[in-house]
Design a protein around this ligand. Sequence first.
Ligand code: MG
Length: 410
Amino acid sequence: MSDMSASPAGPPTVMHVDMDAFYASVEIRRRPELRGKPVVVGALGPRGVVLSATHDVRPYGVRAGQPVGRARRLCPQAVFLPPDHDEYATVSANVMEVFRAVTPVVEPLSLDEAFLDLSGSLRRLGGDPAHIGEQIRARVADEQGITCSVGVASTKFVAKLAGATAKPDGLRVVPDDEVLEFLHPLPVDRLWGVGERTEAALTRLGLHTVGDIAHTPAATLCRALGQAAGRHLHALAWGRDERPVVPSEPERSIGTEETFPADVDDPAVVRRTLLRLAGRTGARLRAAGLAGRTVTLKVRFSDFTTLTRSKTLRDATDVGRDIYATACALHAGLGLERARLRLVGVRVEHLVPGDRPRQMVLGERARGWSEVERAADAVRDRFGGRALAPASLLADPGRDGRSRGPGTRR
Ligand SMILES: [Mg+2]
């Protein structure tokens, strides 16, 4: 900072981080053969909508929220994939951990997007928000194999807009003395709170850019849009946004559940599903650096009635094997031999910070399941979700709860 008078408050400290084409990027990460190809993620059924698409299909008019059938007509050469929400949640937990290593003040907006308040940690991290942003981008790329874009400003909405202009795989800092220069040429619909109706009202007033709004008297905006909206937009157009970054509560529980494609009454199929769900729950706990003492089993019957049973362990665990054993005991205790189940779920509660992930040293003997599963996490992070699974799952041709494989009894 050579000219401190230009920004007396110091460098901006509100950061917005957003993964680029998040679901599509996660799919490409585990299927390297898709790299460079257009990818669309969305439920493939008749009512499926586009959830995520790589940037190269956007010129064809493919957008999130659009019916998948329409996206197929617009860009038939794209690869269409169904979503894997468990995988995205796992990657999201890892990414949020990267953010929380920078500052505890992290406000997630969705699985792939968060605000960070750097004001308390800026000095410790060297004082340059651009450098911190590049470090976050490098860590996310190295550890998760996906790219993100970062915006930094003194307010939330300018930080978010700055990041959007840097997409994909970019970073932009907007210092205080450049905010108006940055904001005023933007079209009005970029401002938070401007939907189609507000945009139409602004167009009727002849206002097309943020600068047009700034140079319109607040009273005129209030007459057209109402007091609250008028005042709000006028403030935003001058770069004023008082909203602080509000850190979210830490997670209270971690778990996952699965609805069977058709109701299931075979306890072996239920146990195999519990093994898979427990494995994922353990992976998510470890990814979030958490462990928990209470394991809860949830079952939903074919008539939609739902039961939960919990057991509290002596020690907190983040090990899928322990979670599986407890879930199986709870399942056996319910005596459901003939019951037809629609869904089962596994959840771990009463979370505490877990052991920090430990790097396995080559040749070191694995001690217990915790180390084995941590090593598996590392392989999964590099090679994708199905690279390593318990032997009894490898025989399972898919998520079809009715499929049978050898070795399901333990
Ligand atoms: Mg995103």
